[in-house]
Design a protein around this ligand. Structure first.
Ligand code: C2E
Ligand code: MG
Ligand code: MG
Length: 757
């Protein structure tokens, strides 16, 4: 039996149990509600994320903001959604994407998370702005890491039944924040993707529109990409291009070198190669290939830039050709032969037994051909000469034209002077045959200098110099021997000549010149008719230098012009002196050089000089050799004619040594012929010479000219000349050339008149 106390206790116990169950039920109910809300919130978030993501993937250009707005409006059942961005310049959040709001909607700054439920935390300005656009119920969130962007959800109209049902919950805040975060993330991704796509498009455009052929390989040499230029350049479709390696197109490029270059490029050292390649159609192109390592992400690739440089190479080759060839004959020029000589000398130093020979060939009197037949014929003759010489040489020999009429020939592997000389003679023999150009049959001679290049020579210029010196030697030698081998004494002589030239330049201002006088005697009476003025140079260290040693240099350097003036002036002074002191003053003969005829207005110069010095022209006899007037015959004829008209007697000097063209005697107004001393001296032992002298005297007399025999040394010569009817004599027999004072003495008392006949 139970007692009332027990019942009471039991009731209390069950009541307690009931309360606990009740409260547990309540808790469970709340948890259930919460779980449902969580699930619904998570579902909403998942839906938004998935939809947003799918939209961004499906259409990369789609506006994520507009999609998000629609999704939020639908799932949270709101009228207005806005994605806003902070614009510092405006000090407002401005609308990026809006739904249910005007495009110019903007808001001043708000707390990171705010809603119409806790409006008291919102600054008045923002509250007013929200109210101004009629937003009654709203939620504002920003993403903490990016407070520049915000999301606004809002309703304008209250719920018709319960105005509080559309109040925003914490779940809504969470959904809004998550949606904004996802949106910003996807937007960044979308932008990166777009940038990548643009970069890819740019790269492709650049790649395809590049002027050069571009090929991208993997490190194993497999072609990955090639632009249109590559296809155009090689004339090969991309599919076929992939089958071949780049170097298989190259010509004359060793595979081992290619591999080495490839490896170096892969190691990061860009390579530049110039080589020819053959295209699919068989065309040969000169290309420049640059190999460069590039990276694509973590991958290493090799870029080959191939440029067609055929045109540049052609220009270079043309330039090179012009730089090293004579444009007229097409033969190598001076620069080319110097380079060739340098190589040959280098080889000679490596292989001391392999000497070679150098010939320096200069045409004789080529200027005459140019002057008489014209430069066109002269040029064609040079071309023909070049060809003829080349045809006489071996393949391994080199012939070059290094100046107007100068050719240089390198005879490879030629150590003996005799062989080189034989070759030079062969060349001269080949030139001896006439050249037929237009209607002209042209004969040409040449002189050849020979030098054997051995290891004494280091410089090609020295070799050329010595061959040139030898050539000059050959030219000045006999007509029958036009080859000369170089020997060092020739060079010494040249050096001496150089010194002489140097001294000669200073001789006039230093007054080192003087005139000596040699009598010219009338042979019948022994009367002293006159003197020949002969130039002397009193050299400070060499003593008296004979004119034969310096006049040729003076002529070459044109120093003969001031020197010639000095001679004329001194001779005029001497004439005036004798005019003053002698009733029958002697005639003074002055030698004129050919250069004086061509370079100055000689007739005027002499006549005005004679006038200035008050010197009777009849007492100044001008001596000219035949060769002196040969340069420009017409001009010489004119000059001599004028001088003759002004009363200067004229003598042809050294008659018999030049061409002795009798027509000159006729054409020029010479009064006297001076028979060269070589004839006079040969008379003693060569009867035929005496006959020649006799003939000259006879001829001169027929033409009304007087004759002077030069170089009379003996009484026998004098006697013969007298018998032959020679008018005058000059020579050591009477007197050597003497200074002015001694000449004066001779004039007063000629010693030969004391010698009995
Ligand atoms: P040239 O005009 O025929 O002068 C005669 C040369 O023969 C002189 O030589 C003279 O010394 C030399 N001679 C004269 N008699 C004899 C002889 O019996 N035996 C020998 N063996 N020689 C004799 P030189 O003075 O040495 O002159 C040489 C040449 O230099 C001259 O030959 C002339 O062509 C030239 N020359 C001299 N003075 C002048 C000058 O003032 N101007 C120019 N342009 N040339 C000059
Ligand atoms: Mg003379
Ligand atoms: Mg003479």
């Amino acid at each position: 039996m139970t007692t009332p106390l027990d019942t009471q206790q039991a009731l209390a116990y069950y009541r307690g149990q009931y309360d606990e169950i009740g409260s547990r039920l309540l808790r469970l109910q709340q948890e259930l509600i919460q779980a449902r809300r969580d699930a619904s919130r998570n579902r909403a978030i998942a839906l938004i994320v998935q939809s947003l993501y799918e939209s961004s993937q499906a259409t990369p250009g789609a506006s994520l903001g507009d999609i998000l707005n629609s999704l939020l409006a639908e799932s949270l059942r709101v009228e207005c959604v806005a994605i806003l961005r902070w614009r510092p310049a405006a000090d407002h959040f401005v609308l990026c994407h809006g739904l249910g709001l005007d495009a110019d909607f903007s808001l001043p700054a708000l707390p990171a998370c705010a809603s119409s439920q806790n409006v008291q935390e919102v600054p008045n300005a923002a509250r007013a702005a929200l109210r101004a656009v009629g937003l009654r119920n709203w939620l504002w969130v920003t993403v903490p890491q990016d407070s520049n962007h915000a999301l606004l959800l809002a309703n304008r109209q209250p719920h018709p039944l319960d105005p509080h049902t559309d109040e925003f919950t914490e779940d809504d805040v969470l959904i809004a924040m998550t949606a904004l975060k996802i949106y910003l993330g996807l937007r960044t991704q979308q932008r990166t993707l777009r940038a990548l796509q643009a970069a890819e498009a740019n790269y492709r455009t650049l790649f395809d529109s590049a002027h050069d052929a571009l090929l991208v390989f993997d490190t194993g040499g497999q072609l990955l990409d090639a632009n249109q230029q590559t296809v155009d350049l090689l004339g090969c479709p991309p599919a076929e291009l992939r089958q071949q390696s780049l170097n298989s197109w190259l010509i004359d490029f060793k595979p081992v070198v290619w591999k080495w270059r490839w490896r170096r490029a892969l190691a990061g050292r860009a390579q530049r190669i110039e080589c020819p390649l053959r295209t699919a159609s068989g065309r040969r192109l000169w290309t420049e290939i640059q190999l460069k390592r590039i990276s694509a992400g973590t991958r290493q690739l090799l870029l080959a830039v191939v440029r067609d440089i055929s045109e540049r190479r052609q220009h270079e080759e043309a330039l090179h050709y012009h730089a090293f060839h004579d444009p007229l004959t097409g033969l190598p020029n001076r620069a080319a032969i110097l380079e060739r000589l340098a190589q040959a000398l280098h080889h000679c130093q490596q292989q001391p037994n392999e000497h070679f020979a150098l010939l320096f060939l200069d045409l004789d009197r080529f200027k005459v051909i140019n002057d008489s037949l014209g430069h066109n014929v002269g040029d064609r003759l040079l071309v023909a000469i070049g060809r003829r010489l080349r045809a006489c040489l071996r393949q391994k020999d080199t012939i070059a034209r290094i100046g107007g009429d100068e050719f240089v020939i390198l005879l490879a592997r030629m150590a003996q002077i005799d062989k080189a000389r034989a070759c030079a003679e062969r060349l001269l023999y080949a030139l001896a045959r006439p050249f037929n150009l237009d209607d002209h049959e042209i004969y040409i001679n040449a002189s050849v200098g020979i030098v054997i290049a051995d290891d004494r020579y280091q410089e090609p210029e020295l070799l050329l110099r010595d061959a040139d010196i030898a050539m000059y030697q050959a030219k000045s030698g006999s007509v029958h021997n036009r080859c000369a081998a170089f020997d060092p004494s020739m060079h010494e002589r040249i050096v001496q000549l150089m010194h002489l030239e140097h001294d000669l330049r200073r001789a006039l201002p230093r007054q080192e010149f003087l005139l000596h006088y040699q009598p010219i005697v009338e042979l019948v009476s022994g009367r002293l008719k006159g003197f020949e003025a002969l130039l002397r140079w009193r050299h400070p260290t060499r003593g008296m230098v004979a004119p034969g040693d310096f006049i040729p240099i003076a002529e070459e350097t044109l120093l003969i012009l001031p020197i010639g003036r000095y001679v004329l002036e001194s001779a005029c002074q001497q004439v005036r002196h004798w005019m003053r002191h002698h009733a029958q003053p002697p005639v003074v003969n002055v030698n004129l050089s050919g250069r004086q005829f061509t370079a100055t207005n000689l007739a005027e110069e002499i006549s005005s000089l004679a006038q200035r010095q008050a010197c009777d022209p009849a007492l100044l006899n001008l001596e000219i050799t035949e060769s002196a007037i040969l340069g420009d015959i017409t001009a010489a004829q004119e000059t001599l004619q004028r001088l003759h008209e002004q009363g200067f007697p004229l003598s042809m000097d050294d008659f018999g040594t030049g061409y002795s063209a009798l027509s000159y005697l006729h054409q020029f107004p010479f009064d006297t012929l001076k028979i060269d001393r070589s004839f006079v001296q040969a008379m003693d032992h060569d009867a035929s010479r005496a006959q020649i002298v006799a003939a000259i005297i006879g001829l001169a007399h027929t033409l009304g000219k007087t004759v002077v025999a030069e170089g009379v040394e003996t009484a026998e010569q004098l006697a013969t000349l007298r018998t032959l009817g020679c008018d005058f004599g000059q020579g050591y027999y009477f007197s050597r050339p003497v200074d002015a004072a001694a000449a004066d003495a001779l004039l007063r008392d000629p010693p030969w008149q004391r010698i009995p006949d």
